[in-house]
Design a protein around this ligand. Structure first.
Ligand code: PLP
Length: 271
């Protein structure tokens, strides 16, 4: 669906230098490319903390682990999403509660979501599907009222803006308690393998996310928690740092294609 070779050809000189630099320096895990990409992504998203990890599925799992969700806790998400969203909830022995999506947007319906809340509900995972943000204003109001965490699954929407009713805009993944994304090659911002990241403005949570992505290790060889081994390697970070500069252009190209489909389907029954 995405012309990855065409994308590469367009930025080949910069990508080739980025990859060669990682090889020449021998810094394959952690290092300057990862630090640079993490900082640049935080700046792009206007979020305080970006915690990189191995893929978008891990990002969701680690966010739930870092928030100390416990077996039996209910986590509400959309009934129309990629399997990973519900999979990690079940994997952690939390209870997935799937609610209807709005047929106009394919994103979680806030009214259905509020009806599904019980005393066991601890978190909501809105998914910003196909690059379109869920109704975050309503979701955040519901979360506040019921004291729930919000983990935004922005695997398909990095670069998208959500506009609040007062006109303020925030990037997908930076509105809830935490946000997650995937750098799978075909995503808006894709690497040349697997990758993912988590976002938050909460310093304590950012610290927990880092610990849980690194074997539960709070300082060198101190393993206080059972965590994961989930890293974004330096090669992927170097590639992503180059591609980040193109992200707005990539999103605009997708919007152009979507507008073309809208135009061609206009007037059709069921369109
Ligand atoms: C909505 C959604 N959530 C989570 C994921 C999982 O991301 P990854 O494939 O990087 O594990 C994807 C990837 O396809 C996705 O589309």
């Amino acid at each position: 669906m995405v012309d990855l070779i065409g994308q590469y050809k367009h930025i080949k000189p910069e990508i080739d230098v980025a990859i060669q630099t990682v090889i020449d320096t021998g810094r394959f895990i952690g290092g300057p490319a990862l630090d640079s990409f993490t900082q640049n992504l935080a700046q792009y998203l206007d979020v305080k903390y970006v915690v990189p990890c191995a893929n978008g599925t891990d990002a969701l799992q680690i966010a739930m682990m870092a928030l100390n969700l416990q077996p039996g806790d209910e986590v509400i998400t959309a009934d129309f999403t990629y399997a990973a969203t519900a999979e990690v909830i079940a994997l952690l022995k939390l209870t997935p509660v799937l609610v209807e999506v709005d047929p106009d947007t394919f994103n979680i319906d806030p009214a259905a979501l509020e009806k599904a809340i019980t005393p066991q509900t601890k978190a909501i995972v809105p998914v910003h599907l196909f690059g379109q943000c869920a109704d975050m204003e309503s979701i955040m109001a519901i979360a506040k009222k019921h004291n729930l965490y919000v983990i935004e699954d922005a695997a398909q929407a990095i670069g998208a803006y959500y506009t609040f009713s007062d006109g303020t805009k925030k990037r997908a993944g930076t509105i809830g308690t935490a946000g997650t994304t995937s750098f799978f090659p075909s995503k808006n911002l894709g690497c040349y393998g697997d990758g993912g990241a988590m976002f938050t403005n909460d310093e304590a949570l950012a610290k927990r996310l880092k610990i849980m992505a690194n074997h539960g290790q709070s300082s060198q060889y101190v393993f206080d928690d059972i965590g994961c081994n989930s890293r974004l390697d330096n090669m992927q970070a170097a590639i992503l740092d180059v591609k980040l500069k193109q992200l707005d252009k990539y999103c605009a190209a997708r919007q152009e294609v979507a507008a073309y489909y809208d135009q061609q389907f206009a007037g059709l029954k069921n369109a």
